[in-house]
Design a protein around this ligand. Sequence first.
Ligand code: C2O
Ligand code: CU
Ligand code: CU
Length: 591
Amino acid sequence: MNKSINLSRRRFFTQTGAGLLVGAAVPSWLQAMEGMSEMPKRAPNKASPNFHPDVEVDLLCKPSTLSILPGQPTQVLQYFATLVKGPNHTLTEIPGSYLGPILRFEKGQKIRINLRSELNEPTITHWHGLHVPALMDGHPVYAIDKGQVFVYEFEMLNRASMNIYHPHPHNSTASQVYRGLAGAILVTDQEEQKLGLPDGEYEIPIVIQDRQFDDNNQLVYASHMRDRMMGFYGDRILINGRPDFNLEVASRAYRFRILNGSNARIYKLAWDDNTPLTVIGTDGGLLESPVHKPYVMLAPGERLDVWADFSGRNVGSQLVLRSREFSGVLPKMAERMMGHAGRMHTNALPVGSDYPLFTVKVTRQVSDSPTLPNKLSTYSHYQISDTVNPNKPVPIAISEGPMSMLLNGRPYAYNDVLPSERIPVNSIQLMEIFHAHGGTGGHGADKSQTEEHKMGGMGMGMMRKGGMGGMMGGMNHSDTDNAQGEGHKMGGMGGEGMSGMGMMMSMAHPIHMHGQSFQILSRTIGATETEGYATVKDGFIEGGWKDTVLVMPGESVKVIKPFQDFKGVFMYHCHNLEHEDMGMMRDFSVE
Ligand code: C2O
Ligand code: CU
Ligand code: CU
């Protein structure tokens, strides 16, 4: 049994007071959560003598200290890499950053990575976005202990794209990422190289994260139930691990490779002078042609390839990339407590407020600049008729209870695969992500809900027996006294049943699927969610390859995803990392 989850659950029951209300009758969903969180152990994979790598990297993760803010250095966890074999440009350190070095790979390369842990807790590394065999995917079942080495061997099958490496251990992904373990992977291929896009010093990786520091410059992490339910939000923005990131550029075009590496924070990216953002790629690589957007939403785990053209700008001119105002991603009651519209500002950087990310300053005049290609890439668009299940989408039901965020009504448990989670290898699947109790957004739920998904109601039953008042009281208690008024109002919610509750709890979730990228087929929003939706809807990119998609409250998203080449267990989960660790994760068994 995993002690940490029990401890934290108990703690939040105590904090919220819900434990007292429930008394001896521990709900079955909670028993399931506690009992089923065991993770078997596997021997670490060893190098295969028959695998002849083109590139080999030793990757070490260990505690370290680093100067981030003026004064005392900060304790972090860090990836360190050394090149054993392969091109010199494979590794690029980011000076002064806790982030791991950028890994540059080429399509077709055979890659071996020797992960060695010096952490005092289990860890395993996942290659977010890469299409690799199940054994090489960093499933928590392969977590290693201090001193152990896990050898990854795979061929790069991905097209040119930006991907991520980060830990994926059971129940502690969020805290390990937060303390520093993450890095970018840039894959290139011939199609991309022919375009002559800005590279070298003109191609800038930009990893956006939020963090919170205490008076001694040490990282502060989630301690309240609220931080798990909503996700943890820092109160300052770091770019590439630096609190003071600014860019000095020449008057020409650049390529920004942007990654949201935050645990939970969602950004609405826009230039401060209202120049449209020119997007050339998404998670899974280049778009067919560039799109111009007033703003782009970027949720945790998502990537964005941006053409940033400073030609024609004078030396001395400045441009700020900001996160603009939006609403509707947090539960309505939390938005009132934490959001910019609320009376209380418990966080100096409320989710959905308007704040700067970094400044670009033109410092050099140059006379020529590459031009933006009209045509970037060629790929086919899936049709429903390409799928094996045009009338029966694979359901991914988001269920939001007061103390649980689940998928398909079940907390994560190894080897607990539902019939709908068994996927035939080499099939192309229609999938539908929807809110099982998402207020009025029942569109998808009504149509494709099956027996299993109704189990999402398990948590709610307990709620209706009187949990709500206790939960909210608890949240207020740990927040601020001013929240009492809200708490009393919320206390009345208990009897209102699903739809009222569903609406109060419903929030946005960046849903990520391991394995191959997918294409988004459609987004459908329930009628009463349109208010917040209007502030984000123009920021979604259509037509590209994705592995993470932001699903708004009341929204149903249909995607088409191939499951080719590899059998085995591949995770899907919310990339709000606190949600993931709470159990908002499941496995697909590709067989
Ligand atoms: Cu980036 Cu399973 O995660
Ligand atoms: Cu992933
Ligand atoms: Cu989530």
